[in-house]
Design a protein around this ligand. Structure first.
Ligand code: SF4
Length: 380
């Protein structure tokens, strides 16, 4: 296992909630100074200067609501309390409705070297439906400004599969994205989460989501369109221009590499145990003010949980699962143990072995959940 860890900083603030989002965030921005103060305390309390860090990720919420000074202070605190490697990837998620050229230039100066820009769409009807705080024009300007500010490592987030969306509307989004030639694209299928305004509208019968067949067509067309435009489809929702532009940070999650998560609701994993912080910002701030860690609970993963996680995470990737590694870790023969699951998957061309790796095909990725459930059923 790599001795290089990751740091995730959760920034739980947004200007306004989008209708589809069930991430923990709130709109009381007046709490930001106390939150940043508490984050510094948490980083210091849990740090180890010996620990090597090669990726740092500011996610949210809306990290681009933090001031440049706050980001500088947090990076400085991390630098003083960990051994941050020279070639560290430092990503910050940006909402196009919160940034301008000056802010982006300053981000570059304080050490952010990768941006994940939440464009979501270049279609104003889609953006309005999602209740995003920005227009298509602002999304294009933010991406343009990021390039002018000197960022060459840019990822764009896009969402597809809105109730009224056609293949053509989505294709226009993808074409607009390609005009700006981002090195990395994340394309997410809209999911209607129950505890969101969109979920409420669905319960009341006010919207009819696309069915799974339509969604699978979107998914496969996205993959074919982007791979024919020289993007590598390396994970179920992620595409990069070559291996060098993959998200190093997220790739570590899919490899089950240990990470620190700082901030309210953030999760951490040390290779054996996963723990998570209190979600409430108030509780988070109070715990640290009283000298305690803001951890709400933890669980040590059982052998069975680790097996399922490894299968689930690796089958999300197009590299797939390293069967030899799996066998060495868990002392079971992958092919023998799961022969009855593998047979129909292989027969229906939903998956295949390449050398010592087992992965799903594009059609198999469409059925990822049910395939993982079958593996889990066999393990538990
Ligand atoms: S900006 Fe992002 S985190 Fe905030 S509500 Fe919208 S989708 Fe959720």
């Amino acid at each position: 296992m790599s001795d290089q860890k990751s740091i995730y900083i959760h920034v739980p603030f947004c200007l306004k909630k989008c209708v589809y989002c069930d991430f923990y965030s709130q709109t009381h921005l007046s709490l930001i100074p106390d939150y940043v103060n508490s984050l510094q305390k948490e980083i210091k309390k849990r740090s180890s200067s010996k620990e090597k860090i090669n990726t740092i990720y500011f996610g949210g919420g809306t990290p681009s609501l933090l001031s440049i000074k706050d980001i500088e202070i947090l990076l400085q605190t991390i630098g003083e309390n960990f051994s941050v490697l020279q070639d560290v990837e430092i990503t910050l998620e940006v909402n196009p409705g919160t940034v301008d050229f000056n802010y982006l230039s300053q981000l570059k100066k304080v050490g952010i070297n990768r941006l994940s820009i939440g464009a979501q769409s270049f279609n104003d009807d889609k953006l309005k439906f999602l209740k995003r705080i920005h227009t298509a024009e602002q999304a294009i300007n933010a991406i343009d400004d990021a390039g002018k500010a000197g960022f060459d490592n840019i990822s764009m987030d896009l969402i597809y599969g809105l109730p009224f969306e056609t293949q053509n509307i989505w294709l226009e989004d993808l074409k607009q994205a390609l005009k700006m030639a981002p090195p990395h694209l994340s394309c997410y299928m809209l999911t209607i989460e129950p505890d969101t305004p969109l979920g409420e509208r669905f319960k009341k019968g006010l919207i009819s989501p696309l069915d799974s067949m339509a969604m699978s067509i979107f998914f496969k067309k996205t993959s074919r369109f982007l791979t024919s435009n020289k993007y590598e489809h390396y994970e179920i929702s992620n595409f990069s221009k070559g291996r060098q532009n993959r998200s190093k940070h997220n790739s570590k999650y899919w490899n089950m590499t240990p990470y620190y998560g700082f901030g309210p609701a953030a999760h951490s994993y040390d290779g054996k145990t996963r723990c998570w912080n209190h979600q409430s910002i108030d509780t988070y701030i109070k715990k640290l003010a009283s000298g305690s860690l803001p951890v709400e609970a933890s669980e040590t993963l059982t052998r069975e949980q680790k097996m399922i996680e490894m299968i689930m995470l690796r089958l999300r990737t197009f590299e797939g699962l390293d069967v030899e590694k799996f066998q060495n870790l868990f002392c079971v023969s992958f092919k023998k143990q799961f022969s009855d699951i593998l047979k129909p998957v292989l027969d229906e061309s939903l998956g295949c072995f390449k050398g010592c790796r087992f992965g799903l095909t594009l059609e198999g990725k469409v059925r990822l959940n049910s395939i993982v459930e079958a593996f889990a059923g066999k393990i538990l």
